[in-house]
Ligand binder design. Structure first.
Ligand code: DX5
Ligand code: ZN
Length: 220
């Protein structure tokens, strides 16, 4: 079974000098969510956007902010990103000692809670917290940088997570992040994904091509 996926452009690949215009242009081009990659220079070897940037962007689009926190420890930052305007907060199980508590805290803050599985993190990490997640994010690259190649073994993992979610009767979204292009989008959706993050493949053609790039992913 497959249908049109949600497209979540990662602004990691956008022009940081024009971020407000970029998110508005993505909305106009048909994006569904804005994916915000938060990196702390510690959990991953790169440093990106603090909550002040999310807050500054909030008035520039009505789209949901899908905030991917690559931060450890992550708990001290949840409230700040929520107050800044995050709608979804996704965390890695490795980013704190008590992921069950972290996911519960995200929901208590009124946001949707996402669990992120790195390429080396087993699907089994989902099972004990499956009732607490509104989204599962499968990393199809090792986190830290845009522009990496899609790891093909991720497709097996997407299918395994889809089976677990279906078994549990969960309506959580199943999102894929890293190296997603029009060439592998179909395979991701066929494996069970319903949301695709894309940085390089959305931004590479420039602002004039955002609509076509987003459509290419949806139609793949
Ligand atoms: C990697 C990030 C991804 C990545 C997507 O750590 O989570 O969101 O930037 O970028 P592309 O599509 O270029 O792989
Ligand atoms: Zn991401």
């Amino acid at each position: 079974m497959s249908s049109t996926p949600l497209i979540c452009p990662s602004i990691l690949a956008s022009d940081f000098a024009r971020l407000g215009e970029e998110v508005a242009a993505l909305e106009a081009a048909g994006a569904d969510w804005i994916h915000v990659d938060v990196m702390d220079g510690h959990f991953v070897p790169n440093l990106t956007m603090g909550p002040a940037i999310v807050k500054a962007l909030r008035p520039h689009t009505a789209l949901p902010f899908d905030v991917h926190l690559m931060v450890a420890p992550v708990d001290p930052w949840l409230e700040a990103y929520r107050e800044a305007g995050a709608d979804i907060l996704s965390v890695h199980p490795e980013s704190g000692p008590h992921v069950h508590r972290t996911l519960g805290q995200i929901r208590r803050l009124g946001a949707k809670a996402g669990l992120v599985l790195n390429p080396g993190t087993p699907v089994a990490a989902l099972e004990p917290v499956i009732e607490l997640v509104d989204l599962v994010l499968i990393m199809s690259v090792n986190p830290g940088f845009g522009g990496q190649a899609f790891i093909d073994a991720s497709l097996r993992k997407i299918a395994a997570v889809r089976a677990l979610l279906d078994q549990a009767g969960s309506e959580a979204h199943l999102q894929v992040d890293g190296g997603v292009t029009a060439a592998n989008a179909r395979a991701c959706v066929d494996a069970g994904a319903d949301a695709l993050v894309a940085g390089t493949s959305v931004f590479k053609g420039g602002a004039g091509a955002y609509r076509a790039s987003i459509q290419a992913l949806k139609a793949a």
